[in-house]
Design a protein around this ligand. Sequence first.
Ligand code: SF4
Ligand code: SF4
Length: 475
Amino acid sequence: MFGKVLDQTEVVIGCLATLDERRFGLRVGAGLRALKAMVKRVSVRLELWSLPAEEETPQIVMLLLRSITYSCSELFYMPVPISQMWTVASYVLGQKLRGRRKYPLVLMLEPLLRCNLACAGCGKIQFPAHILKRDLSVAECMKAVDECGAPMVSIPGGEPLLHPQISQIVKELVKRKKYIYLCTNALLLKEKLEAGWFEPSKYLTFSVHMDGVEEHHDFAVCREGTFQKAIEGIRMAVDRGFRVTTNTTLFDGADPNAIREFFDQMMDLGVEGMMVSPGYAYDKAPDQKSFLKRQKTHELFQMVLSNRRDGRNRWRFNQSALFLEFLMGKRSFECTPWGNPTYNLFGWQKPCYLLNEGYVDTFAELMEETEWERYGRASGNAKCQNCMVHCGHEPTAVDYTFSGVPGLWATVKAMVFSTYANPQAKRALKEEAKKLHGPRAHLVQLGLATDVASTATEGVAEGAAVCSGSSSSGR
Ligand code: SF4
Ligand code: SF4
């Protein structure tokens, strides 16, 4: 019953959305706006109350959670559909009520490792040709999904749109009601949409790898024209009703002013939300100099994410608000390496998406046999000291949100007071505006453009950005 009413409400919302209030004059326009808001509210409430509860979770907890979720959706614009928020919240709470401390949140499913780009910061495409030619079959992918049981599945690579059966993989995941983030550089997105490979679904999101404004993105992925190609793909996907997000990896020398401009551009394009993370220093990546160290990461993210007034409050991030605070140095989180387990051509990768310390055949073996205490910053492991990447630390932030009142309160606060006024960061942004960044700074570093070098602020060349991409984008 709920389902039918919900479908009809969505049709009404669709029709209303096409009406431009400004055309109807002040009075009728205001009435229309109010009507739209009311119908939307009814839809959110219906959707929320028709969602199934996690098994074994007491009714009273579910009631409480439904009320909190509804209040949050009323107060703020939520960057993910309420059904996804609900699924994740009830899943995490269910794990906690069962006393399960180690549980997966997002499965990183890599069905192939080859790509149609060759970014210098990529840690995935250096395998020999016979490996790069291989694909996981649909059955292998589904076996991993069922074993793992995480409510969300991220599909990085390589470039997943090169997988001949990617549409079948997506269909099977939708059947299983998994929330999918198909991570792509979008070079083939328009072509595949035109060929009818995918249908819009609340379960499917295209997460497009974008490393900044046009000049910086093309430089980071080492090929001109990729930004415009990706924009074409994003536009078509948004127009056809697909959920679209962007994912951006920041490296040393990134221009914080340009990143802020880029966030504005992406919101104007109509994407649902954005994801951002520092890059990880893959030891296989050709460019080792550009990876961010911990203190520099905090400084960069403070400049990028603070002072969000002047229209920037409209930035929507499709990730935990507490993880963003962690990047800004406002919180301290340890890594949760089992939160985003990785399955690829070789099996289940130990211990995380970034490190490769062997493979096992089953998810159960991964959870039981990995010496988890050897990883994370507190372990003293040198490979983890500068890592602040989302796949290790976002699950910690989500877990903290549902660990009790302090976590919930911190999350609500981060969503309500999202301006992050910071005069020091504002001053630093102004200073950054005087420096050279990206490709131009790279020319200075190589000594290829003395004319540019002569106008550069002292110290620009040091730590300048060089060509470095991100996995498309499990990162
Ligand atoms: S800190 Fe980073 S590299 Fe170390 S286990 Fe966690 S995610 Fe992996
Ligand atoms: S970083 Fe992503 S887009 Fe670039 S080569 Fe690697 S997988 Fe491809």
